[in-house]
Design a protein around this ligand. Structure first.
Ligand code: C2E
Ligand code: CA
Ligand code: CA
Ligand code: CA
Length: 278
């Protein structure tokens, strides 16, 4: 394919070009969206499998553009990771999550932790802990109410460095969770050294629980977690049958459409009020 531009012919691959254009568009939309406050935070409940009570929630970013509608995190997060915009987006999410949770605590609707995703780029910022302190301070939220979800890839990139960073976060009372456990490569030797609180079983494993092999896999993951004294959260639980199996395997907490999809702050307030009346 060639297009004439002056007296030059530019050769390019259509699909490659389209992709590059789309990326650039999203990068520009994100820059504009950061200025215009188009990033909002939704909350997905984490429920105790035995009591059916709310134990916490995960903050999940939503990008709502006036012209292109909602853009999925699956689309913009990888681009934001590459451009570095994830740092600013991540701080907007943390700030909003702290503000909302502070409100819910003050209204006596909630008394647990909010889990916020921390990208690899944020994790390796030299002043990460200061940045988090500033946001907690600004919102008058004690660090006790915060949990950070970090993927295996992020912490296994430089495990020794990761231990130091995690220690400084953990020393503040912030809880740490390994996200999407089992999808990357984790060394058990390191897992033991990380000051972790929670291990999140990836949805892919929960989806596989209808087979013996899949069930054994989740059983193994839960056993590893418990041997390391870690709390287990199963992600992406959609069906009652999965819930029953997870309870048999002693998984304590579940997150998924079975209970609720991620909710807007207004919807989540309603959810909290409903929980209180139980
Ligand atoms: P994640 O951290 O693994 O988050 C869980 C994802 O699974 C969310 O997708 C959630 O909506 C979805 N999910 C939860 N329960 C179910 C279920 O029962 N069925 C199905 N089909 N899906 C379920 P979401 O919100 O689209 O986010 C996708 C990914 O984008 C997240 O995966 C996370 O890696 C990233 N992400 C989202 N928000 C942030 C953020 O604020 N910062 C960073 N760095 N990454 C974020
Ligand atoms: Ca997560
Ligand atoms: Ca996850
Ligand atoms: Ca995931």
């Amino acid at each position: 394919h060639a297009k004439q531009k002056g007296n030059h012919y530019l050769f390019f691959n259509d699909s490659m070009n389209e992709q590059a254009v789309k990326r650039l568009q999203i990068e520009n939309l994100m820059r504009y969206g950061l200025k215009e406050d188009h990033f909002v935070v939704y909350y997905q409940p984490k429920m105790d499998i035995k009591t059916g009570e709310l134990v916490g929630m995960e903050a999940l970013v939503r990008f709502i553009t006036p012209k292109k509608g909602i853009i999925s995190p699956g689309v913009f997060i990888p681009i934001a990771e590459e451009t570095g915009q994830i740092i600013e987006i991540g701080e907007v999410v943390l700030d909003k999550a702290c503000k909302d949770v502070k409100n819910w605590i003050d209204q006596d609707l909630f008394n647990g932790r909010v889990a916020v995703n921390l990208s690899a780029k944020q994790f390796s910022l030299p002043d990460l802990t200061t940045r988090i302190d500033v946001i907690l301070q600004k919102n008058q939220l004690p660090s006790y109410f915060l949990e950070l979800e970090i993927t295996e890839g992020t912490v296994m990139d430089d495990p020794q460095e990761a231990i130091a960073i995690m220690r400084s976060l953990s020393a503040r009372g912030i809880h740490l969770a390994i996200d999407d456990f089992g999808t990357g490569y984790s060394s058990l030797a390191y897992l033991k050294q990380f000051p972790l609180n929670t291990l999140k079983v990836d949805k892919a494993f929960v989806d596989d629980m209808n087979t013996d092999r899949g069930r054994n896999m989740v059983d193994s993951i839960v056993t590893i977690a418990h041997n390391l004294d870690l709390h287990v959260v199963a992600e992406g639980v959609e069906q009652a049958e999965q819930l029953v199996l997870l309870e048999e395997l002693n998984c304590q907490t579940i997150q998924g459409y079975y209970y609720s999809k991620p909710l807007s702050p207004e919807e989540f307030s309603e959810f909290l009020r409903g929980q209180k009346q139980r």
